[in-house]
Write a protein that binds this ligand. Structure first.
Ligand code: G3H
Length: 255
């Protein structure tokens, strides 16, 4: 639009897309650190992109977090000739209920009038229990759906903020801090070179699965997340479409 041209947002989107080496960047005005409505706008922009990327049959894997919850709130019913099935990307990673992928999947399904499946996995499980859990027919069926996802929708968090928000043990927290983790996505923690320095042990989507998924949408904004975003983007699949705000985008372009 004319307004976006005048404010230079279109130009910023192109520069950032080239800098991050990904498919596309969408920037909304403002800084979500300062104004809560900017997160609502992030949600709206991501929901619109998501809907425009739907094909006939879609399996959509989603992560947790308040940003992806904002996307859920902005979704509207999909065309009746399209079908959507929402699944959580990974099992429990320590988030409180309102930030959990299971709840977000249910909300997305309700708002789009589609279906969802949940993945009930305890947050901290022993190796033995983990091995037996994934053999449960109900669980392995959902895991198959996750592996065949056509779209992934995920958040990106600041590493220490995420570790502190989740039920992270003090040993793990020390490990995450010691390894200078900056960013977090899918329960993986990344240093500023984009290397995985810590990983939450759970089932579901693994980082290496991402490259097989045709449509990957990352949503994260706020100036304070710029370092985290830069860290994650070092290894993000090139097919990623990144929805962010001016606050994060300006910092990312400076850095
Ligand atoms: O994995 C990243 C986090 O889920 C981001 O959480 O959207 O609440 O900042 P947030």
């Amino acid at each position: 639009s004319v307004i976006r041209d005048i404010s230079g947002i279109n130009e910023m989107e192109e520069s950032l897309q080239r800098k991050l080496g990904i498919q596309k960047v969408i920037i909304v005005s403002g800084n979500s650190d300062e104004s809560p409505w900017v997160k609502t706008e992030l949600g709206r922009a991501a929901a619109n992109w998501m809907k425009s990327s739907l094909t006939g049959e879609n399996i959509i894997a989603v992560t947790g977090g308040s940003t992806i919850a904002a996307v859920a709130d902005r979704l509207t019913p999909v065309d009746t000739e399209k079908s959507c099935l929402f699944v959580p990307a990974r099992g429990g990673i320590g988030e409180e209920v309102k930030n959990q992928a299971n709840l977000i999947c249910a909300t997305m399904a309700e708002r789009t009038r589609s279906k969802y499946r949940v993945l009930y996995v305890p947050d901290q499980v022993s190796r033995d229990m983990y091995e037996s859990i994934i053999k449960e027919p109900e669980i392995s069926e959902v895991l198959q759906l996750i592996k065949s996802a056509s779209m992934v929708l995920h958040g990106i968090g600041d590493a220490i903020t995420m570790a502190e928000r989740r039920k992270t043990s003090s040993e793990a927290l020390k490990e995450i801090q010691g390894a200078k983790a900056e960013g977090e996505a899918f329960g993986y923690y990344f240093n500023d070179n984009g290397e995985v320095v810590y990983k939450v042990q759970t089932i579901g989507l693994q980082l290496q699965d991402l490259s097989n998924i045709p449509c990957v949408i990352a949503v994260a904004g706020g100036e304070t997340k710029a370092k985290a975003i830069a860290a994650y983007m070092k290894q993000a699949p090139r097919s990623t479409v990144f929805v962010t705000d001016e606050g994060a985008a300006k910092r990312l372009l400076e850095g």
